[in-house]
Design a protein around this ligand. Structure first.
Ligand code: HEM
Length: 172
């Protein structure tokens, strides 16, 4: 199978340059998570990894087959058949993660594939992680009362590839 990596820069715009979703996801999945993070900043990196696993910003990737093969008991025909990898689903694989439906900011190990896998592993992963860390730490430090408007119904990004919310009204 070959990879054709039409990388969508949307993930940057939606999930890094506008980092509120990170904060919001953490807050929503575990209401006490923010307080725990405030008390123990050393958990910020693992909280970011868990957010990537639990709310994978890119939900699926596409490949085209070049040779007949079998994957997970499914026959994939040769040449040009589209095969989709659902990262969000893989990141909740119960064979891989203990109680995958739980959002645990201290999850270890956490070998998710939110940045892909293999030769096309995300080139920007270190930058993405750093940006998320800087943003989350700044929120914790400077905006102790930052809250997402509880009355607003969050709308998902209109996409079956990208995962996130838009817009996200906040007060602080
Ligand atoms: C949370 C943020 C991000 C997520 C979830 C993400 C996710 C991914 C995923 C899943 C792939 C694999 C695509 C594939 O195999 O077809 C990928 C590839 C890539 N990403 Fe990211 N990415 C993020 C941020 C970034 C940033 C900040 C940059 C650059 C500054 C970047 C640059 C790239 C590039 C160049 C590739 C293609 C690598 C290749 O094909 O060899 N990404 N990303």
């Amino acid at each position: 199978m070959t990879e054709n990596a039409p990388f969508p820069d949307q993930s940057d715009r939606s999930f890094l340059l506008n980092p509120f979703p990170w904060y919001e996801h953490v807050r929503r999945e575990s209401p006490v998570a923010i307080d725990v993070l405030r008390a123990d900043r050393s958990l910020v990196p693992s909280a970011i990894e868990e957010t990537l696993r639990y709310r994978s910003p890119i939900q699926r990737l596409r490949r085209f087959s070049t040779a007949e093969t079998e994957l997970g008991g499914v026959r994939i025909p040769a040449a040009g058949h589209v095969v989709e990898a659902h990262l969000g689903s893989a990141n909740r694989d119960e064979a891989r993660f203990e109680r995958p439906e739980e959002f645990r900011i201290d999850r270890r190990p956490n070998r998710h594939i939110a940045f892909g896998n293999g030769v096309h592993f995300c080139l920007g992963a270190p930058l993405g992680r750093l940006e998320a860390k800087v943003a989350l730490e700044a929120f914790l430090e400077r905006l102790p009362n930052l809250r997402v408007d509880p009355d607003v119904r969050l709308e998902p990004v209109p996409s079956n590839t990208f995962h996130g919310v838009t817009p996200l009204p906040v007060s602080f």
